[in-house]
Design a binder for this molecule. Structure first.
Ligand code: C2E
Ligand code: CA
Ligand code: CA
Length: 567
């Protein structure tokens, strides 16, 4: 008993059309509506009875002009098909964006008998696209345009002819003491403060230019309104003055001042790019900050003085290497809980012929930028191996000495061979050498780094991640690295005060122990911190509470036990 296939076919088709998520409109050849499905009603608010017999233009939103519809119809007539975006309006007047496909149904002689339109509401998707676009160019916290947009605008301005830049200025602004306030009062207060500061900057700058959030508590301004120098400085004074009125953050008043670096955009050599301009403005900001903050500093000089200073320092660093002006100091580490000597960290100093003993902070950054850190690092390794050999010859019971290795050095595949060679030549066992590499160095996705770390471990060298907690760690990556020690950065230890409680330090120690890593806490300065770390079963401590870094001669006799003898 076969059913009429036509009837069941039509039933199925209309059921399908009725139930699909897209809205469906069927019209006759005159484009009068003959049928709509329930999704149409859900999406537009119009019932069947509201629209049957009417033209689809009941939905028109007034967002498109006559040509738009004319083009649509001529394509439909020519090709039998049209698709595109249309803004339509619902029964309640709300407008929405739809993606619509219209097809003509034709008879045997190719004449249209009906039109079928299938559409979906893409308003939300469009909004998401817009939102994503917004997020790429604006800062969520302050609503200001972000660093990306800033760099794009500045680059664009730098490609314009010189005359167009005359009298315009680039400002680099940093909030004084923000980090301290943020730590002291908490991040949500910090966020509010940033928002209020951004608001005030925006108000003060008004039509003169645009303020951008560069990152953290740093803002940049492109002052596009041409100004004479006198006028500009008066304006900058007024900007500083306006921050002497407290800002509101979470209902309380907060005072925060600005350090402003100013770089005029005139007379910049043609090849100057956005990045070097930002560097100069940042340098000017830094000068303002070094002068005590709450002030501006103009980078006037296009003679690039600081760049020359850098070049001189670089030359001196090269000499220092040749003439062996570096020295190592050793800071002891102690085991907990019995406070027995557990190792040393070698820390470099530069014995500068004119300026005396310089701490690493004054030359390591430049050494890293120039690549000189690699030969310097090799010198350190050589020196430490020699020292261990000397101590061994004196009959001391040796403990491991750790050496700081920079990221650049770690990327050299020859590092393992060099170390193997040095240790063999000096007769020092690998287990007495430990390398400290910073978290940021090992978290970079560089395969060669992992390869080098694996070779070093194979060799028997201890590996520690230094300054842990200050960079961005991927825990997955951490677990896969061949390291044996985490060193908690001293900034976290220093936050442990009287009512010592630090979720961060607790979490790091627990994390390390879960991963079978031992923990060194550096920067331990008082008994409270020590007590806290002891309770957490931190393995080793290092800090001024026990000893500053000392010259080799000063530790001899102080910390060493001769082998086989008691004290
Ligand atoms: P780091 O590896 O985090 O070294 C610890 C720093 O904390 C050292 O500063 C040390 O003197 C200091 N310190 C130790 N205990 C305390 C304490 O209780 N309180 C305080 N406030 N500070 C403490 P230093 O010697 O100035 O070294 C600074 C940085 O320079 C080192 O930080 C390391 O990153 C780098 N550095 C030092 N020597 C070398 C080296 O031979 N090669 C490389 N690549 N970097 C080195
Ligand atoms: Ca270190
Ligand atoms: Ca550190």
């Amino acid at each position: 008993m076969a059913r009429n296939p036509d009837a069941s076919g039509w039933e199925l088709a209309s059921k399908a059309l009725e139930n699909i998520r897209e809205g469906v409109i069927v019209t006759d050849r005159e484009a009068s509506i003959v049928w709509v499905n329930s999704s149409f009603t859900r999406m537009t608010g119009y019932e069947q009875k509201d629209v049957i017999g009417r033209k689809p233009n009941v939905l028109q939103s007034g967002m498109h002009d006559k040509t738009f519809y004319r083009t649509m119809w001529s394509q439909l007539t020519d090709n039998g098909f049209w698709e595109g975006e249309i803004w339509n309006s619902k029964k309640n007047g709300e407008i929405f964006l739809e993606w619509i496909k219209i097809s003509a149904i034709v008879d045997d002689r190719k004449r249209p008998t009906n039109y079928v339109a299938v559409f979906s509401d893409i308003t939300d998707r469009k909004m998401t696209e817009r939102k994503l676009e917004w997020l790429a160019n604006y800062d969520m916290l302050t609503g200001l345009p972000n660093r990306r947009l800033f760099r794009a605008r500045l680059s664009h301005l730098m490609m314009r002819p010189e005359e167009e830049r005359a009298g315009k200025h680039l400002l680099f602004i940093d909030l004084d003491g923000f980090k301290w306030k943020n730590d002291r009062y908490g991040h949500s207060m910090g966020d509010q403060l940033l928002r209020s500061a951004a608001e005030r900057l925006k108000q003060r700058i008004g039509e003169l230019g645009t303020v951008y959030r560069y990152g953290g508590d740093e803002f940049t301004v492109l002052l596009e309104q041409p100004m004479e120098e006198r006028e500009l400085l008066e304006w900058a004074d007024a900007l500083l003055e306006s921050f002497r009125e407290p800002l509101e953050a979470k209902g309380s008043d907060m005072l925060i001042s600005l350090s402003i670096g100013i770089k005029p955009l005139r007379n910049t050599p043609p090849e100057t790019d956005a990045d070097s301009l930002i560097k100069l403005a940042d340098y000017a900001m830094y000068q303002a900050k070094a002068g005590g903050g709450d002030r501006w500093f103009v980078y006037e000089n296009d003679a690039l003085e600081p760049m020359q200073e850098r070049a001189r320092l670089e030359g001196e660093l090269r000499e220092a290497l040749e003439q062996a002006q570096f020295v190592l100091h050793y800071q002891p580490k102690f085991k907990l809980p019995d406070r027995q000597l557990g190792g040393f960290e070698a820390l470099i100093r530069w014995n500068h012929p004119k300026r005396g003993l310089l701490p690493p902070g004054q030359f390591i950054p430049l050494a890293e930028e120039t690549g000189l850190i690699v030969p310097i690092g090799e010198w350190v390794i050589e020196r430490v191996a020699a020292q261990l050999a000397e101590w061994s010859a004196l009959g001391y019971e040796l403990v491991p000495v750790s050496v700081n290795i920079s990221a650049l050095h770690l990327q050299r595949s020859s590092l393992t061979d060099r170390i193997r060679g040095v240790l063999a030549r000096r007769g020092v066992p690998a287990k007495l050498l430990q390398l400290e590499v910073t978290e940021s160095a090992v978290m970079q996705e560089i395969d060669s780094v992992v390869a080098v770390l694996l070779e070093l471990r194979e060799l028997g060298i201890g590996l520690a991640i230094d300054d842990f907690g200050t960079g961005y760690s991927s825990l997955g990556r951490l677990a896969s690295l061949p390291v044996d020690t985490l060193k908690i950065d001293k900034s976290f230890i220093q936050l442990l005060d009287k009512n010592a409680r630090s979720p961060i330090v607790t979490a790091i120690v627990k994390l390390a122990h879960e991963m079978n890593l031992s923990v060194v806490a550096e920067g331990v300065e008082n008994e409270t911190q020590l007590g806290f770390l002891n309770n957490l079963r931190c393995e080793l401590v290092q800090g001024f509470l026990f000893s500053r870094p000392l010259e080799a001669a000063a530790i001899e006799g102080h910390y060493w036990k001769r082998k086989g003898r008691s004290e």
